[in-house]
Design a protein around this ligand. Structure first.
Ligand SMILES: [Zn+2]
Ligand SMILES: [Zn+2]
Length: 246
């Protein structure tokens, strides 16, 4: 079974280059999983002609706003603009439910579906695989701001697998965590290594690429430094709206 990937948002937290914040739609066998949900996600889905109701589950990698702050807006959409009756699952680090409810309250939105559609939350445990339709989602730890409870996610069907870095800096275990997937979607904010250890840099990936066993690697969460020098980046990069099939 193939996996279709639609990059909804490929920018960093600052919207560098006019890009949307992190959000990646993953489709297989009529099921849709959204990896991260930055604040620009609802607008992105509509720009790309995606009906938000096709999303069966949202997986949040960590609690930085550019990855999670769009969830209350999607819930709002499901209540007022595109009413849904199908169940929705939200997967994320421990405390995701409280985080989403707190964000919605801070935004002054009442987003409790109150029976309009079933809403279920499930928490990540390192190494424990969650089944979402035909998808298997396996979280691992990331090297990122610890208070955000950072995770990376392996997403697989019976035939294809991808690995999503969420936000992470380089760490020695990273190539083994990624494993032999078809595609590694890796965040990359910087060109020069060492600028900020909690994000990736192209220099780091050039140095270590041979240690990764993934078939393909594609960069996302692109920072200003990378975008300013895109011609010199020796890796595939994702743009908002890019579609690829594994
Ligand atoms: Zn981020
Ligand atoms: Zn982050």
């Amino acid at each position: 079974m193939s996996i279709e990937i639609l990059f909804v948002g490929t920018g960093d937290a600052f919207g560098s280059g006019g890009r949307r914040n992190s959000a990646i739609l993953v489709r297989s066998a009529g099921r849709t999983l959204l990896l991260d949900c930055g604040p620009t996600t609802a607008a992105g889905l509509k720009t790309l002609g995606v009906d938000p109701r096709e999303i069966d589950a949202i997986a949040i990698s960590h609690f930085h706003g550019d990855h999670v702050a769009g969830v209350p807006f999607l819930l709002l959409d499901y209540l007022y603009q595109n009413p849904r009756s199908e169940p929705l699952e939200i997967l994320g680090p421990a405390g995701t439910r409280e985080r989403v409810e707190r964000l919605a309250a801070d935004f002054e939105y009442g987003v409790d579906p109150d029976g309009a559609f079933p809403l279920r939350y499930r928490s990540f445990e390192i190494g424990r695989t969650l089944e979402v339709g035909d998808f298997l989602v396996t979280p691992t730890s990331a090297h990122h701001a610890p208070q955000t409870r950072p995770h990376m996610l392996r997403v697989e069907t019976d035939r294809r697998a991808l690995f999503y870095s969420g936000d992470t800096g380089w760490h020695e275990e990273l190539p083994d965590k990624v494993g032999d997937v078809d595609l590694f979607v890796c965040e990359c904010v910087y060109m020069q290594a060492g600028a900020y250890p909690l994000h990736m840099a192209t220099e780091e990936l050039v140095r270590t690429r041979s240690r990764f066993r993934c078939r393909d690697l594609r960069l996302t969460h692109l920072g200003r430094e990378v975008l300013d020098d895109l011609d010199r980046v020796p890796f595939d990069t994702a743009d908002d709206g890019l579609r690829i099939t594994l």
